[in-house]
Design a protein around this ligand. Structure first.
Ligand code: IPE
Ligand code: IPE
Ligand code: MG
Length: 241
């Protein structure tokens, strides 16, 4: 049965997604891993449109982790090329839905053609305020937190910040995208029950939705199902109701 968005009272402002299972999907279809990633790119397009339709302000997708650099060079290379091709094919989608593109992660570690292609779309969509599409690339949450700690320490050493005044907000303010609110909902496809170094700080009170569906099979209707599940959650934040 399809989900009627009108019936959902609580739509999250920010949804984070661990897009997993491309390799297993490909294997089950007798295809190469990169074919799985290509099909997964179609799911990104579908979910991007679905999120805009549902009125979600921020969609963050985990596209490549700091740990993913360990994969065979031909897979890493294939993923980087796919990123460029995907941007070429979704750019119009971003303009049509007034979606701003941002990236989070070790930008400088990405190959130059990827950085240039990303920067072009980041600049071209920078003025959109309705929706933001955040792509986590060469992203690792522990690195993000360690970088924040280093920058806080440098400021304290330079006398610009009083160590006694360091609190949760100080840490949050030194993460990669401090202006972005924490995700209310985190979706992981392919059934794995782990965070794999994704947004450890930001997901500390988020609702988790894990589905067995592999990422290349996850489309608009699956995304709406996740929103429906979120709508039914009772968020207590440690209190009582
Ligand atoms: C997710 O699919 C895509 C990336 C991590 C880049 P996987 O490639 O991890 O697929 P599985 O987990 O091997 O099935
Ligand atoms: C997490 O998936 C990273 C991305 C989706 C980009 P992985 O497939 O790399 O994670 P593990 O290996 O299952 O932890
Ligand atoms: Mg995986």
């Amino acid at each position: 049965m399809s989900v009627d968005l009108q019936n959902l009272e609580n739509i999250p402002r920010h949804v984070a997604l661990i897009m997993d299972g491309n390799g297993r999907w490909a294997q089950e279809h007798g295809l190469s891993r990169i074919e799985g990633h290509k099909e997964g790119a179609q799911s990104v397009r579908s979910v991007l449109r679905a999120a805009a339709r549902a009125g979600i302000e921020y969609l963050t997708v985990y596209a490549f982790s700091t740990e993913n650099w360990k994969r065979p060079p031909q897979e890493v290379d294939g993923l980087m090329k796919l990123l460029i091709n995907s941007l070429n094919s979704y750019e119009q989608e971003l303009h049509d839905n007034k979606i701003r593109l941002r990236v989070m992660g070790q930008f400088e570690r990405l190959p130059l053609p990827v950085r240039m292609r990303l920067q072009k779309t980041i600049d071209a969509t920078a003025d959109y305020t309705d929706h933001t599409f955040i792509v986590a690339l060469s992203y690792g949450s522990r690195t993000e937190i360690a970088d924040a700690a280093r920058r806080i320490a440098e400021k304290a050493k330079a006398g610009k910040l009083d160590p006694k005044k360091i609190d949760e907000q100080t840490v949050a303010d030194h993460l990669y995208l401090p202006d972005v609110p924490d995700p209310e909902l985190m979706i992981r496809t392919s059934g794995e029950l782990r965070l794999s170094n994704f947004l450890l700080w930001q997901l500390s009170y988020s609702e988790f939705y894990i589905t067995e569906t592999y990422w290349p099979d996850f489309r608009e209707e699956h995304f709406f199902k996740a929103l429906e599940a979120y709508n039914a959650r009772d968020r207590r934040y440690g209190g009582v109701r």
